[in-house]
Write a protein that binds this ligand. Sequence first.
Ligand SMILES: N[C@@H](CCC(=O)N[C@@H](CS)C(=O)NCC(=O)O)C(=O)O
Length: 194
Amino acid sequence: MITLYDAPRCPFCARVRIVLAEKAVPFETVLVDLDDRPSWIVELNPPAGRVPVLDDDGWVLPESAVVCEYLEERFPSPPLLPADPGERAAARLLVFRFTDLERPYYVLRRGEPGAAAALADALEALDSLLSAMPFLTGRAFGLADVAYLPWVIRARDLLGMDLASTPSLASWLQRAAERPSVAAEIDVVAALAR
Ligand SMILES: N[C@@H](CCC(=O)N[C@@H](CS)C(=O)NCC(=O)O)C(=O)O
């Protein structure tokens, strides 16, 4: 049995939730209170007790990008990486460069002045990629899309970022939202905003 140590507000956990949903993998959830982190989660994922953590019949894995790749290999169907090695590498490169979005996102969340402009630049960089291809993973939805979607949804719905000036990004989000896995995450974020 697969267990996900999870927190609804955590976008890293959202990556794993999306992959599990895409692959229709049954799993159980253990909710972790991020404001009062239990000692057992620190023991499971030292030193900070970060989530997500996946436990697949005793095989314990932290780090959302690693967990997503693990699930891709453990449950290859439907695939979330392209068949072509070059296209796979391009998708992995985007996951690797996720910090380009992560940094300005968290600077804005901390409320630092001028941060919205830096996040807008990072969203524009994604928009430019998406003007040339339908998904960040390339021709089909996959792990690079999963890596970014939780933050783009939160940037729009929690931080008030307007996607009107990034039309390719806005269309990508709309396309992705047609998938039940992503629609469910939009609902999770809506509940956080209430
Ligand atoms: N690199 C980790 C980051 C996970 C992470 O930072 N999770 C947050 C919740 S969204 C957390 O548990 N933070 C606690 C801390 O940093 O002390 C991943 O990709 O899984």
